[in-house]
Design a protein around this ligand. Structure first.
Ligand SMILES: Cc1cc2nc3c(=O)[nH]c(=O)nc-3n(C[C@H](O)[C@H](O)[C@H](O)COP(=O)(O)O)c2cc1C
Length: 196
């Protein structure tokens, strides 16, 4: 009897710890869900060389009421720049770890956004280097970033993980790849699974 009383404080401490652990599990379950009720805090930033990712971004902005922002290259990509596997400009940039193509303009009041959808085409399995320029141009601490991409056939692969490595203090959701001819219903279905 006496022995069990002696262990009572320890048992209580263990019980409290178990409660905290349980509560923490609940939070993790909610992590994939996103609150988009305040559309003024949602930014849909994208780069698109031939209009496919722009379409997906437009659908996301339409669904969420978020602000669209196009990442515009200071030097536009010509048709020849995009002929991949010809050592074209895009090929060279993707092969160069230090390439950071300049962006024309900037996001007005980045501080006001809490949720950022970030869209890009897959270029040789990765995000175009201009997305790296974008991520290195702002602070994203405390924000939630949701990558999305379009491609001819590749998946998102490790493109988003590599972007994640450039940013500190943000929460990244796993993101989605859409086909080049992205359908509005595909974007809607994805968003519905993401939000509450
Ligand atoms: C330089 C370059 C590299 C590409 N690499 C890939 C690739 O690795 N895998 C793939 O499925 N599509 C690849 N594509 C095709 C694009 O990802 C696809 O057409 C995309 O939808 C283009 O989006 P946009 O119209 O927004 O620029 C590449 C296109 C370019 C220009």
């Amino acid at each position: 009897m006496k022995k069990s009383i002696k262990f009572l404080p320890l048992i209580l401490v263990l019980l409290v710890c178990a409660c905290f652990a349980f509560a923490a599990c609940g939070e993790t379950d909610d992590e994939g869900k996103l609150d988009l009720t305040d559309s003024s805090k949602v930014l849909v930033a994208y780069f698109s060389a031939t209009g496919n990712t722009e379409k997906a971004a437009g659908y996301i902005a339409q669904e969420t009421g978020g602000t669209l922002y196009e990442i515009v290259p200071q030097i536009p990509y010509t048709e020849d720049d995009l002929k991949y596997y010809t050592d074209c400009r895009a090929d060279k940039e993707q092969n160069d770890p230090l390439a950071r193509p300049a962006i024309s303009g900037s996001v007005e009041d980045m501080a006001s956004y809490e949720v950022i959808f970030l869209g890009y085409p897959i270029w040789h399995g990765q995000a175009p280097k201009i997305i790296y320029t974008f991520l290195e141009s702002y602070g994203f601490s405390g924000k939630t970033i949701i990558p999305f991409c379009t491609s001819a056939s590749s998946g998102m692969g490790n493109s988003a993980n590599n972007l994640h490595g450039l940013v500190s203090g943000a929460t990244w959701l796993s993101g989605e790849r859409f086909a080049s001819n992205v359908a509005q219903s595909a974007v809607q279905n994805w968003l519905n699974g993401l939000t509450y």
